[in-house]
Design a protein around this ligand. Sequence first.
Ligand code: 4AD
Ligand code: MG
Length: 428
Amino acid sequence: MEKHTVSQLKALTSDTEVTLQGWIQDIRVMKNIIFLVFRDHTGIAQLTVKRDSWKGINLESVSRESAVSATGTFLAKGVSKIGPEILLKVLTVLNPSRSPLPLAVSDPVNSDIETRLNHRFLDLRKREVNVVFQAQSKLLWGIRKFLSDNGFVEVHTPKVVAAATEGGADLFRVQYFEKETYLNQSPQLYKEILISAGLNRVFEVGPAFRAEKHNTVRHLNEFTSVDIEMAFSDHNDAMRMLEGSVRSGISEVSSSMGKELAETGHNILIPEIPFPRITYEESVKYIEGHGEKINFGDDFSPEQLKILGNQFHDFYFITKWPAVLRPFYTMPDPANSEFTNSFDLQYQEKEITSGAQRVHDPQMLVERFHSKGLREEDFSFYLESFMYGMPPHAGWGLGLERLCMILLDLPNIREATLFPRDRNRISP
Ligand code: 4AD
Ligand code: MG
């Protein structure tokens, strides 16, 4: 017997015999008839049983969310509102579900997020929750395709590390045998070393850890960072690669899942590139023009970024950030060393990516360590790779969950994270 998915049924002719495998979502028992609401990873079908001719198992004993195999005939003229209809012949319970359920899969998604995350496997059985992660997979696939087509090599670097990259305050400490080490905040140092290693263009998709204590709808303590680094390149080259990656990722989601996403209320718009660019100084002027006060070197608040973001349709770059706001590895602007060859990609008030041209001159790098109060001995393994012909280079790091969140207009980054790690949550 050939197995089918719910989504394949509509292409079949009536009375075709089919076998579906999935879950029983609900059972409605009437006087002469029983309806089972069947669900697989592609959709919902109705299994119809005429009680007087049914010779199979006692259907009333099948608990909701049991895994089943269902065989019957497809009724092309079925009028069920929930989905295609199958006249059921055989139902086999592959594995029963306990009842009561801690979380009903047919409940609306707006049940309390903590309960949903506590029983995430059941929450993820809901189509509208599940679809987010199918879209995230396509988004990353589109980004990977673009980077691969542009000569980037996918790499994997250590997550237990000896040095901080993005500032010392947000580090998780890890006891590594006799040594104190950290969980990496970003693959920054390693991707730069790989530029000196002659790989030319590298990218990595991997976890990044930030011990930030704040609990917001935009922050996780473990997130998925999509990072690139490219040799013989500057910040403008890196920005072009970023625009191309974002557009390719979104195009992939739109072309492979646009219809399904529309059915679950998500409208995917492929952004026009190039994205607008505005410098930090221009941004300050614009925001101050709307009655806010910003001191030089202040980061923008979400409220101020909302003001700025209102003038752009969706994505835009803020470039030339002050050196005081950027990490040690960021290349100063040769025209004015108070500023840097850096950028953030924004979507309205949300930061999606930070990137820059990097310092490649080891002498300048040492000066930058000192100006940030860092000890060069802590970075000797990194610094060494700059002493033997390190190419000029640039790159960026993009938060995958943030991009997914804005693409699907999700209210909380946890909605775009399978098993979020936040200030309070380490389980499941
Ligand atoms: O801006 P960040 O800290 O930059 C870096 O890590 C640099 N090494 C990147 C580079 O190549 N210059 O982080 C990059 C992106 C942010 O723009 C954001 O999208 C995401 O990573 N991110 C977070 N996402 C969720 N929760 C957090 N706590 C995040 N911190 C950063
Ligand atoms: Mg940043």
